[in-house]
Design a protein around this ligand. Structure first.
Ligand code: HEM
Length: 447
């Protein structure tokens, strides 16, 4: 069995200030010095195990997934706000609901959602003020939220309740991050009523969803949206999902589906805005597609655009680490792991590992155009792997391609920002991404 290199609790404490701000450089230094897998003692007597090894990732997420559960961060801390839905549930409860919900995300069902998604994207992009720098991260946040909202509630009038729901989701997340990063203030968060206040807001979010479901049930018309698919799904004995469970699942789809997509879109658009030549190539690609609009076949016709999105998620994976806890003592790639060990798989580091990627820190727009998926499947995991892999993978892939296409067709993008700053929270966010959108129509009239 391997004796793993170790980072002491003392070293972690000495670096506490910078870890609080941005933990990624600290992790990178440790990986570069200690190798692809190391142990770390987190003050408070938590033993964690960090890895950027493809073999360890494969074993923990796929081959030996039964020995691991999600960490407390998701199953308890996050679950107290958004309930026990797919992302936060474990064991049989998770398995039963994954089986029930999975069909709603199959390609044949997504096909019926493409029109709804496209309309939602077009509506959100109408908010762009041309020729003026704006924070695209904020815009993409609204866009991704509306796409999930309209895919669920296509027939309801939802703008106002969704604005409130989005605000609550964001407020809850801010509180969760404070609880995570300042655990020593937990007594104060509890005593001062801050957590109670957020839990009350979370209840208000549930009431909003409950009312929308009531409205849907009162209206007999079929909608063929995600909510209809969830309302029709059945347990093995033919019964339907209880209302509370349905609301948990809806809250999870909002939480898991909007911020990740907004992050990936913002990073992608930044890289595109930096390169005028790339934009012209993308413009040619999207304007020479079949004229039938955006169908399921569309992705095959836009390899360069897809490659740009994949490359942005390689450099800045929204789920920049995946966490698990060992359920019992076991062995992974020659390493003995004790029950209760927290495992942190760094996708950020694996996606930039110099053994697997040429010029790992550079954005190379064409990188994925020339590679067969099987050549990178073992070291590229933007959507995770194994049975807990993202259920919204295809949904997000179509949504992102549609949004970028829509922008490229109508605008040229530019930015005055030389670099992009990151903000690693629960997901890997950019700080503001200021872009300017110049309408293409004006360009051709001016010419
Ligand atoms: C670029 C966008 C997205 C990225 C990068 C992403 C990434 C991920 C990753 C890495 C996981 C696995 C986490 C783990 O194993 O611990 C996950 C799970 C999940 N994602 Fe996504 N996601 C995206 C978009 C979406 C969308 C659009 C939806 C829904 C509309 C969604 C719903 C979910 C759900 C429900 C889970 C939990 C699945 C389960 O445990 O059974 N995601 N996502």
């Amino acid at each position: 069995m391997k004796d793993l290199p170790h980072v002491s609790a003392f070293k972690v404490l000495r670096n506490a200030g910078r870890i609080l701000k941005n933990p990624l450089p600290f992790h990178q230094e440790n990986f570069d010095k200690l190798g692809d897998t190391f142990r770390i003692s987190i003050p408070g007597d938590v033993q964690a195990f960090f890895s950027r090894s493809p073999e360890v990732v494969k074993q923990i997420l796929q081959k030996k997934h039964r020995y691991y559960s999600k960490s407390k961060l998701q199953t308890k801390d996050l679950a107290k706000y958004i309930g026990k839905g797919l992302l936060t549930a474990e064991g049989n409860h998770w398995r039963t609901h994954r089986k029930m919900i999975q069909p709603a995300f199959h390609l044949k069902n997504l096909k019926t959602l493409l029109g709804i998604m496209h309309k939602a994207i077009q509506e959100e992009l109408q908010r762009i003020t041309p020729n003026k720098e704006l924070d695209v991260f904020e815009l993409m946040g609204d866009l991704a939220f509306q796409v999930v909202a309209k895919s669920l509630f296509s027939s309801n009038d939802i703008r106002e309740p969704m604005a409130r729901l989005k605000q609550i989701t964001e407020d809850n997340q801010k509180m969760l991050i404070r609880e995570m990063r300042q655990p020593y203030f937990k007594w104060w968060f509890n005593g001062s009523g801050k957590i109670r206040n957020e839990l009350n807001k979370a209840q208000a979010a549930r009431d909003i969803l409950d009312k929308l479901i009531e409205e849907r049930l009162a209206n007999d018309q079929k909608s063929t949206d995600l909510l209809d698919m969830l309302l029709e799904s059945e347990y093995e004995d033919g019964s339907k999902m209880p209302r509370k469970q349905l609301i948990d699942e809806l809250l999870i789809l909002f939480a898991a589906g909007h911020e990740t997509t907004a992050n990936a879109l913002s990073f992608t658009l930044y890289f595109i805005a930096k390169d005028a030549n790339l934009q012209e190539r993308l413009y040619k690609e999207v304007t020479s597609m079949d004229a039938q609009g955006f169908g399921m076949e569309a992705l095959k016709q836009i390899p360069l655009l897809q490659s740009c999105i994949n490359e942005a998620m390689r450099l800045y994976p929204p789920a920049y680490f995946i966490d698990r806890t060992a359920l019992e003592d076991n062995e992974v790639a020659g390493i003995q792991l004790k029950k209760g060990t927290v495992v942190l798989l760094s996708m950020y580091e694996l996606h930039r590992h110099k053994d697997f990627w040429d010029k790992p820190d550079s954005f190379i727009a064409d990188r994925f155009v020339h590679m067969e998926p099987k050549t990178y499947a073992g070291h590229y995991f933007p959507f995770g792997a194994g049975p807990r892999m993202c259920i919204g993978n295809a949904f997000a892939t179509y949504e992102m391609a549609m949004a970028v296409m829509e922008l490229i067709k109508n605008y040229t993008l530019s930015t005055s920002m030389d670099t992009i700053e990151i903000n690693p929270m629960i997901s890997l966010k950019p700080k503001a991404v200021r872009l300017r959108f110049t309408p293409r129509k004006n360009l051709s009239t001016d010419a």
